[in-house]
Design a protein around this ligand. Structure first.
Ligand code: PAF
Length: 319
């Protein structure tokens, strides 16, 4: 199968590298020409959780940048386009470049955290089968070509906008991911799973970033748990007001994620520590928007949203 990976960050390299190693025809679309050249020249170095190191040589895949597609055969339409950038990197320019890559039979799969992006993508790239993927895979990129898989996560794929396409269920993608070594499943209610993940992220991510602790330490005091409880209760109220179905044991699930990822640095804490913008606008910010739309009070999410915004670099201020 022909797979385009848009975004060569940690998850992009992990998924794309393993798919290329399993024999799929992978093209990476990186942000810089330097990274694309490095990938082509030296390949990907992928470390599995047990310490095994795999080199996926550059000749086994293609790599370029979306604004510099010279020398790349754009007539080669991918079967699957995996959009693996962060929400904040989904600009109009990126989406119109994805629209140029996609042929009429290309399926687009969005891997982002948060909510709201699928509607934007559907508007910018209409007429394309659109899927969402939720993954608990974690990976760390140490340079442009080295990636370490944190543990064995789970990836769920579901249709967001069904079209009259040969594979509108995502079954062939799931099989291909399984063959490449991922624990992948089809979901027939990906919308519900996205909101479940949204609330998990909305509780764990800002608190770990504010307190600068790994996920597991959220469980270490009653005071921390009670702040988590407040964020979770507010989230449940927002979901109810918006008619969004959620699991009755969602708080227990959040605690379980803290346990199973105890040693992990959340993605938001990683962004804060590396001075990058976070995804807080698409997580807590999105919940606040949903709360305001239904006049539900969400003081906890309002506060953590503003606290994180004040901790990250302000993209609008020029010094
Ligand atoms: O964003 C993250 O870091 C992850 O989604 C999660 C589940 C909070 C684990 O670290």
């Amino acid at each position: 199968m022909k797979i385009d990976i848009v975004g060569a960050g940690a998850l992009g390299l992990l998924f794309g590298g393993k798919l290329a190693a399993a024999g799929e025809r992978v093209r990476f679309w990186a942000r810089t020409a330097e990274q694309a050249a490095l990938l082509r020249k030296e390949g990907i170095e992928l470390t599995e959780p047990d310490g095994t190191v795999h080199i996926i040589e550059g000749k086994r895949f293609a790599a370029g940048t979306l604004d510099h597609t010279a020398g790349t055969n754009l007539a080669e339409e991918p079967d699957w386009l995996l959009l693996m950038t962060k929400q904040g990197h989904i600009t109009e320019a990126l989406l119109s470049a994805c629209g140029r890559l996609a042929g009429k039979d290309t399926n687009i799969v969005c891997f982002q955290n948060g909510a709201g992006h699928l509607e934007r993508i559907r508007q910018m790239i209409p007429g394309q089968a659109l899927y969402a993927a939720i993954t608990t895979e974690g990976a760390k990129r140490s340079d442009g070509r080295r990636v370490t898989r944190a543990g064995f996560g789970e990836t769920r794929v579901g249709v967001h906008q069904a079209m009259d396409f040969p594979d509108f269920s995502g079954e062939s993608l799931v099989k291909m991911l399984q063959k490449a070594g991922f624990d992948a499943f089809l979901s027939n209610d990906i919308g519900r799973e996205m909101f479940r993940k949204l609330l998990i992220n909305a509780v764990i991510n800002p608190l770990t970033a504010i307190w600068r602790i790994p996920n597991g330490q959220l469980l270490e005091s009653e005071a921390r748990r009670s702040v988590m409880r407040q964020l979770c209760d507010e989230g449940e109220r927002i979901f109810r007001a918006n008619g969004i179905a959620y699991d009755a044991d969602i708080f227990a699930q959040i605690l379980e994620v803290c346990r199973s990822t105890a040693g992990n640095t959340s993605s938001m804490l990683k962004d804060i520590l590396s001075g990058n913008p976070t995804e807080v606008d698409f997580i807590n910010g999105r919940l606040v928007e949903m709360a305001r739309a239904k006049q539900v009070s969400a003081p906890g999410h309002e506060l953590v949203w503003q606290l994180i915004r004040a901790m990250q670099p302000d993209m609008n201020i020029k010094i």
